[in-house]
Design a binder for this molecule. Structure first.
Ligand SMILES: *[C@@H]1O[C@H](CO)[C@@H](O)[C@H](O)[C@H]1NC(C)=O
Ligand SMILES: *[C@@H]1O[C@H](CO)[C@@H](O)[C@H](O)[C@H]1NC(C)=O
Ligand SMILES: *[C@@H]1O[C@H](CO)[C@@H](O)[C@H](O)[C@H]1NC(C)=O
Ligand SMILES: *[C@@H]1O[C@H](CO)[C@@H](O)[C@H](O)[C@H]1NC(C)=O
Ligand SMILES: *[C@@H]1O[C@H](CO)[C@@H](O)[C@H](O)[C@H]1NC(C)=O
Ligand SMILES: *[C@@H]1O[C@H](CO)[C@@H](O)[C@H](O)[C@H]1NC(C)=O
Length: 342
């Protein structure tokens, strides 16, 4: 089911995400690398890219001493357990720090290391054993990835003052509604927040108006607060699939905003199609308990000039079929290329 829905989304979402993904680490693997002098013996610092140090995939248990002048440091896919004092003493220029796929615990990050990197812009720390965010982190941070750790606490000031922070990935952790209260306030550049696969009972509160994408799938959310989307005038993608949403948790008009392009409410407990605005393009409602096709919730008015911009409507895994659609549906859903019932 997931593969299928990702396939459907591929054109729009994956592409629009592309600009925020930096999974290409320009790894020099395969090239014969002549390291610049001063490079840690365990690593490579390509002579034509001397500000980068590649230490990834080397079975390292420790972080080598980082020489002066390094801006991009790649340490992913090792067995690093700790961040020892001294390793970054000369790394005052460091912009990118990639620590994905290691076994670092929060108590093994010594003071005077990551917290001293005053120019840090990207911190990739996914797939480790952190129980709280590292820091205090540089105010110049632009991207923070802490996916798949064991975060259960997230102090409300952990991200404060980070005016250039654009993306925060916190999925696959143990965060509760209370643990992230106020954590995203004032982040005026934030465009993507991913809190999926946590233990949230509510959507995060106090999220900034700059947000374009909010991902909260696979939590325990049973309602959307009244007026929640009205406070997010730029939000285009909202994903709340695999939660516990019920009809009574969806206030009238809560999705009546014209910025939203994609709304994913699949795998919940909705019995009716929620009211949406005509500007929505993709509505995912598969695997709910919907048993009637209420056209009026999709199209308030239908005429030659008033019609829904909906392109995708998924209703498979519910108790409705093609024959549940009223006769005048095609007039309103004239742009829908995919209406899926099974
Ligand atoms: C930092 O650089 C200075 C000057 O090159 C050097 O003497 C010192 O040992 C370096 N410190 C560390 C921790 O590598
Ligand atoms: C944010 O980015 C701007 C423009 O690059 C820069 O001038 C400013 O110092 C940055 N803010 C912080 C807190 O680093
Ligand atoms: C949706 O919101 C607009 C104002 O933003 C309002 O004019 C319209 O009546 C609302 N629609 C419904 C069905 O409440
Ligand atoms: C959709 O949003 C626009 C802009 O706020 C509003 O004018 C329109 O009435 C809304 N549509 C519905 C069906 O409420
Ligand atoms: C189009 O919809 C608006 C509300 O969104 C309504 O006020 C208007 O009467 C409708 N126009 C026609 C021609 O149906
Ligand atoms: C599905 O809808 C049919 C016809 O409306 C009804 O008879 C049946 O009981 C419904 N099944 C479930 C599981 O709700």
């Amino acid at each position: 089911m997931f593969a299928l829905s990702c396939f459907v989304l591929v054109g729009l979402v994956c592409q629009s995400l592309g600009q925020y993904e930096y999974d290409d680490y320009y790894s020099p693997a395969g090239l014969e690398v002549i390291s610049s002098p001063g490079c840690a013996p365990e690593c490579d610092c390509p002579i034509n890219f001397p500000s980068a140090m590649y230490c990834n995939e080397r079975n390292l248990k420790f972080i080598p001493i980082v020489p002066i002048g390094i801006k991009y440091l790649y340490l992913q896919n090792n067995n690093i357990e700790e961040v020892k004092a001294g390793v970054f003493d000369n790394a005052t220029d460091l912009r990118w720090l990639v620590l994905d796929n290691n076994i670092i615990t929060s108590d093994k990050i010594q003071a005077g290391t990551i917290d001293k990197l005053s120019k840090l812009e990207k911190l990739y720390f996914s797939h480790n054993k952190l129980t709280k965010p590292p820091g205090p982190l540089s105010k110049s941070l632009d991207e923070l990835k802490l996916t798949d750790n064991q975060l259960s606490s997230f102090p409300s000031n952990a991200l404060s003052g980070m005016e250039n922070l654009t993306t925060v990935h916190l999925s696959k952790n143990k965060l509760t509604t209370e643990s992230i209260t106020g954590a995203f306030k004032g982040l005026k550049s934030l465009v993507l927040l991913d809190v999926s696969e946590n233990k949230l009972k509510k959507l995060p509160s106090g999220v900034p108006a700059s947000l374009l994408m909010l991902y909260a799938d696979n939590n325990d959310i049973d309602s959307i607060p009244n007026g929640y989307l009205a406070k997010l005038p730029n939000l285009q993608y909202l994903r709340v699939s695999h939660n516990k949403l019920v009809d009574s948790g969806i206030p009238a008009g809560v999705f009546n905003v014209s910025s939203l392009l994609e709304l994913d409410l699949s795998f919940n407990k909705l019995k009716t199609i929620p009211e949406i605005n005509e500007s929505l393009e993709h509505l995912y409602l598969q695997v709910n308990e919907i048993d009637k096709f209420e056209l009026s919730n999709i199209c308030k008015f239908s005429s030659p000039v008033n019609y829904s911009r909906l392109k995708t409507l998924r209703l498979d895994g519910n108790n409705v079929t093609h024959s549940s659609m009223p006769d005048d549906t095609s007039n309103c859903l004239r742009q829908a290329s995919e209406i899926i019932f099974e």
